[in-house]
Design a protein around this ligand. Structure first.
Ligand code: PDD
Length: 292
């Protein structure tokens, strides 16, 4: 049974309970992060903690822990669950902070707030080799989410419904489009390769600023792969030579079928192969304590 962290205590998952009046449960009033750890080392922790801070600021909730306290909690959690992490000790951390409980259900903030802090970790399964070989299918769908998708809110109903629609059409991801512009996936960011240039939409309140997205751009810079943050419309996406989705859990996944049509030649592309190699090398450096 894995250990979880709840409000200052490390408990077995079975023992951990929250009141039914928790505003996360009643309103989805909270934010979260998903952070991979490779070889027991948290990947890009300062970036994730900064995004957590931005999300908390976005919902006007004070950060209950300092960066150092977060680091201690998450590292202790990883140590508790060390045996569940497989031989490589690769684990994914999930953390969430909600606005806590109040006696009465009321949309406005309660007068006194004790946030609920929860964190759990579980083994990261090895990447599926068929995905590396064949890529995945995706479909485009109308983005029905709210206007502040830059906040990593636990309120994910629209994302859930969109992903389910994709799955029911045999696709691994729903790529979301607003006013003809490609925004991101239901739980990933989006890249395309057009005329040998890697392109991705610029950050805005309409998308989550992905940590993997930032790293891909950093690696493109470092290895001098042509890249640009620019608006991507549906037509550009449909005509792109390559399409990728990125996230902390899925890393960089080539999309080889889009709306039932092949992307490029229908195989993972050469630019993806190059980027994927750089990403793997970066992960190895993290494991060896040479990068974070
Ligand atoms: N989701 N966009 C959305 C809407 C996401 O939910 C995610 C990640 C991303 C990619 O962000 P990052 O590279 O920082 O993981 C983009 C996580 C993995 C989740 O909800 O489980």
């Amino acid at each position: 049974m894995p250990t979880v962290y709840l409000n200052g205590a490390f408990l077995s998952q079975e023992e951990a309970c929250i009141p039914v009046t928790d505003r996360g449960f009643l309103f989805g009033d909270g934010v979260y992060e998903v952070i991979p750890a490779y070889g027991g080392r948290l990947f890009r922790l300062p970036h994730h903690l900064q995004r957590l801070q931005n999300s908390l600021d976005g919902i006007r909730l004070e950060n209950p822990l300092s960066a150092g306290e977060w680091e201690d909690v998450l590292n202790t959690l990883l140590t508790h669950n060390r045996d569940q992490g497989g031989t490589d000790n690769d684990q994914g951390v999930y953390l969430q902070v909600t606005r806590g409980s109040a006696a009465r259900r009321d949309h406005s903030f309660p007068a006194t707030i004790t946030p609920t802090i929860y964190a759990a970790s579980s083994p990261i399964p090895p990447l599926d080799p068929t995905i590396e070989h064949n890529g995945v299918a995706a479909i485009t769908l109308n983005d029905i989410r709210w206007q502040r998708c830059d906040i990593k809110a636990i309120t994910l109903l629209a994302n859930v419904l969109l992903r389910q629609q994709a799955v029911e059409q045999g696709a691994a991801e729903a790529i979301l489009v607003r006013d003809g512009q490609v925004i991101e996936g239901s739980s990933s960011n989006i890249f395309a390769v057009v005329n040998d240039t890697i392109i991705t939409p610029p950050k805005s309140e309409r998308m989550l600023p992905g940590i993997t997205r930032d790293l891909v751009l950093e690696l493109a810079d470092k290895h001098q792969l042509p890249h640009r943050e620019t608006d991507v419309d549906e037509i550009m996406l449909a005509q792109a030579d390559e399409v990728w989705i990125t996230s902390s859990t899925r890393e960089i996944v080539p999309v080889t079928q889009l709306n039932g049509r092949s992307v490029g030649d229908g195989r993972p592309g050469e630019v993806w192969k190059t980027m994927s190699r750089h990403y793997r090398a970066y992960k190895t450096a993290v494991r060896e304590g040479l990068a974070d």
